[in-house]
Design a protein around this ligand. Structure first.
Ligand SMILES: Cc1c2[nH]c(c1CCC(=O)O)Cc1[nH]c(c(CCC(=O)O)c1C)Cc1[nH]c(c(CCC(=O)O)c1C)Cc1[nH]c(c(C)c1CCC(=O)O)C2
Length: 360
């Protein structure tokens, strides 16, 4: 399969993900394909969000937009899709208007009956695989292609809250009132994620990232119970299924946003090659906590982009120095600490340039 793809010309991301020293830090931006790009609006004016996700040629086009616009400045592409395609594959309706909306969320554990019993992930999400395969070919080895999924706890919260939330009241009611039923549902989601990531890797994804965007909403001991075991399950089973199918493993990244108290334990036990960090921890402190067990990704506050040129330069420099550790860059992927916001900050290339010049 792999031999069918053009050879990779820029492997900075993959080397950094494996913890190797790199001549400069590879750079990509979470949510790099999206609403801050005029060309994105152009496509979205004619197609609904999930229509784009389900149409491989459109997903490919949006994936390639930032690669074209920032040619030579971005070291990875991430496939255009969404974490909420997994609840859809499990039988739930999800709309985007403009944020995620589930008309029929899971209210009580009895509602789990409404989910599809045995999800045929490859059939339900085959459109993502197809998008990955054609995009990897179109990239022509320029940069590696990242696949992704949401983490079980983050997806669980959307499926129960029915959309975004500030309080997590409904999803936490489940955790505290129905812990066993919650764990069973988290495991069902985790199993779908395993098949989905394996499918994406078979289709051509060269690194995969698991987004636990709401990890930091859990108390540390609740994270240990309701998120960590499922994150581990995903890492372990993706690797074992790939090995059984004789497909080479790819690096795996975990983005446990806000779970900085868990960093040391995640690096030790979770089974990922890279951990993405947000801006609420100093890079040097994060490195101290994880030692050299994993590579790190992050971590500039996306709002720095609104601060103007001087602020951006200052903060980019601070971030670079924090991750650098001596003269060399080792096991660091430069990124924001969360997704770039839609407000057209207009300056991501500047940040990228700053990062790319780390060794100057
Ligand atoms: C929580 C989450 C979601 N989706 C995702 C997460 C995890 C990362 C994070 O925490 O930001 C992940 C995601 N969503 C999208 C990508 C595409 C790849 C990329 O460029 O990074 C990725 C990796 C496209 C998208 N997903 C969405 C958009 C904007 C929708 C539009 O086109 O109108 C895009 C480009 C919609 C979406 N999808 C989701 C929300 C909350 C929203 C609305 C708010 C927002 O825009 O940030 C769920």
């Amino acid at each position: 399969m792999t031999s069918a793809f053009p050879p990779l010309k820029n492997d900075l991301l993959l080397r950094a993900a494996r913890g190797e020293e790199t001549e400069r830090a590879p750079v990509w931006v979470m949510r790099q394909a999206g609403r801050y790009l005029p060309e994105f609006h152009e496509v979205r004016a004619h197609h609904s969000f999930f229509e784009v996700c389900r149409t491989p040629a459109l997903s490919m086009e949006l994936t390639l937009q930032p690669i074209r616009r920032y040619a030579g400045l971005i070291d990875a592409a991430i496939i255009f899709s969404d974490i909420l395609v997994v609840p859809q594959a499990m039988g739930m309706e999800v709309q985007m208007n403009p944020g995620p909306y589930f008309p029929d969320p899971l209210v009580t554990p009895a509602d789990v009956e409404k989910l599809t019993k045995h999800v045929d992930v490859d059939k339900e999400l085959g459109y993502v695989y197809e998008a990955i395969t054609i995009t990897r070919k179109a990239l022509d080895g320029q940069v590696p292609l990242i696949g992704f999924c949401g983490a079980p706890w983050t997806l669980f919260s959307y499926m129960i809250e029915g959309g975004g939330t500030k309080t997590f009241q409904k999803s936490k009611t489940w955790l505290f009132k129905y812990p066993e039923e919650s764990k069973a549902l988290l495991m069902r989601i985790a199993d779908v994620c395993v098949d989905f990531l394996v499918g994406q890797i078979k289709a051509g994804a060269q690194l995969v990232q698991v987004f636990d965007s709401w990890a930091g909403e859990l108390a540390p001991h609740d994270f240990e119970q309701f998120s960590l075991p499922y994150l581990k399950h995903i890492a372990t089973n993706v690797r074992s299924k790939l090995a059984a199918a004789q497909i080479p493993a790819v690096p795996m990244t975990l983005f446990p946003k806000g779970a900085n108290t868990a960093l040391a334990s995640l690096a030790e036990h979770a089974g990922y090659d890279v951990i993405g960090i947000d801006w609420c921890i100093e890079p040097s402190e994060a490195r101290r906590l994880v030692s050299d067990k994993v590579a790190l990704q992050g971590n500039m506050d996306p709002n720095v982009l609104y601060g103007g040129k001087d602020a951006i330069e200052r903060e980019a420099k601070r971030m670079c120095e924090g991750f650098k550790g001596g003269k060399s860059v080792k096991g660091w992927i430069a990124n924001l600490g969360h997704g770039i916001t839609p407000g057209r900050p207009g300056r991501p290339p500047l940040v990228l340039r700053m990062c790319a010049q780390i060794l100057d």
